[in-house]
Design a protein around this ligand. Structure first.
Ligand code: NDP
Length: 326
């Protein structure tokens, strides 16, 4: 066996995707060669697979911003053949070939050993969405968030949103409001731990005032744009919002008033360049919390990516989609 299958996006002669045969690469420095078991489909993957997504740094590229798998060969002393590992971020799938491939070689510095109580499948049911949700939850805990506080999670039927709800529920939070535009997601979001599921338009005041009635202590925001603009005036004194996403747009219009009169904090969250030590702790935290129990998981193969990425960009996708590779 001298070749393996890899999914590629290319812009020559026009934008297209294909599954190609690749030769096995030589390893250099501390690189590790991983046989990939699972990848998944995050919002960024959907952008990577679309012509105008603007996240791919150069073509051709193999998308897949994360993967789990088994080490086949390693020049990094920390990893031996047979070790189970996962990787997220660091440019995977946008500037470095990513997880939509039977095999991938990456720097050993990027690999996280799979926690003992987590399977390769569970690792990618969570994937970058799980890491990001945990970063948001932990940032708010550091800010003072307690189980009795009122929390809103936006984009709740999406990957980050649904994992965040599952985490908060496992941590004993009892006032979790899920913002979702999907009526059909209501039942599973409640099962996941949301105490109420509301359409954002039914909750948010029609007229956006600089300050409005204080209705929520903490916000985990995956949507950004106008939804966050309208949420900031509702955050109670000393509260905070962890902002990780832009599914609803990148423009944020606000006044200084919620910040200077209510002492609220707006915390930016990035999952791509999280320090290695922090990653290890978060993956152990996710394993300990067993958050995958009630997540909605769809499972596809590389040749079914187009349908899922289209749904993600349309905003009609629900839950997490696992990509079975290899
Ligand atoms: P998903 O597509 O799985 O979920 C996004 C959810 O947002 C949807 O399910 C939908 O929820 C809601 N939504 C989608 N489009 C719109 C819209 N136009 N207006 C309002 N709501 C919308 O994406 P992910 O969970 O993978 O990612 C969520 C966001 O977080 C993305 O913007 C992504 O780029 C970002 N992200 C950032 C990371 C970081 O490092 N900062 C890491 C991972 C993700 P519903 O229909 O229920 O309202």
């Amino acid at each position: 066996m001298n070749t393996f299958k890899q999914f590629q996006v290319n812009n020559e002669p026009t934008f297209h995707t294909s599954i190609v045969d690749k030769e096995f690469p030589e390893l250099t420095n501390n690189e590790v060669w991983v046989k990939i078991a699972y990848s998944d489909v995050n919002y960024k993957d959907a952008l990577a697979c679309s012509e105008h997504g603007q996240v791919i740094r150069h073509y051709p590229m193999t998308p897949g911003i994360d993967f789990s798998g088994v080490v086949m060969k390693s020049l990094d002393k920390r990893f031996q053949p047979g070790d189970q590992v996962l990787a997220t971020g660091y440019g995977l799938g946008v500037s470095q070939p990513g997880g939509y491939s039977d095999y991938q070689k990456v720097s050993g510095d990027w690999l996280v050993p799979l926690p003992e109580t987590m399977s390769l499948r569970q690792a990618m049911v969570l994937g970058t969405a799980g890491l990001t949700a945990a970063l948001c939850v932990n940032a708010l805990l550091t800010q003072g968030m307690k189980a009795e506080d009122k929390v809103i999670v936006t984009g709740a039927s999406g990957g980050v949103g649904s994992v965040a709800i599952a985490m908060l529920h496992k941590m004993g939070f009892q006032q979790i409001t899920a913002f979702s535009r999907k009526e059909e997601a209501k039942t599973w979001l409640q099962k996941l731990g949301a105490t109420q599921v509301v359409h954002p338009e039914a909750f948010l005041p029609e007229k956006n005032k600089p300050l409005d009635k204080q209705q929520v202590d903490y916000v985990i925001d995956t949507v950004g744009g106008e939804q966050l603009t309208r949420l900031l005036p509702l955050i109670a004194y000393d509260g905070a919002a962890a902002l990780c996403g832009n599914a609803g747009g990148i423009k944020l219009t606000t006044t200084v008033l919620p910040f200077i009169l209510r002492n609220i904090q707006l915390i930016g969250i990035d999952s791509v360049n999280v320090p290695h030590e922090k990653r290890l702790n978060i993956w152990q935290q996710l394993a300990d919390l067993s958050v995958t129990d009630h997540l909605v998981v769809n499972e596809i193969t590389l040749d079914q990516l187009e349908e899922t990425t289209k749904k993600i960009l349309d905003g009609t996708h629900q839950g997490r989609t696992l990509v079975t590779v290899g």
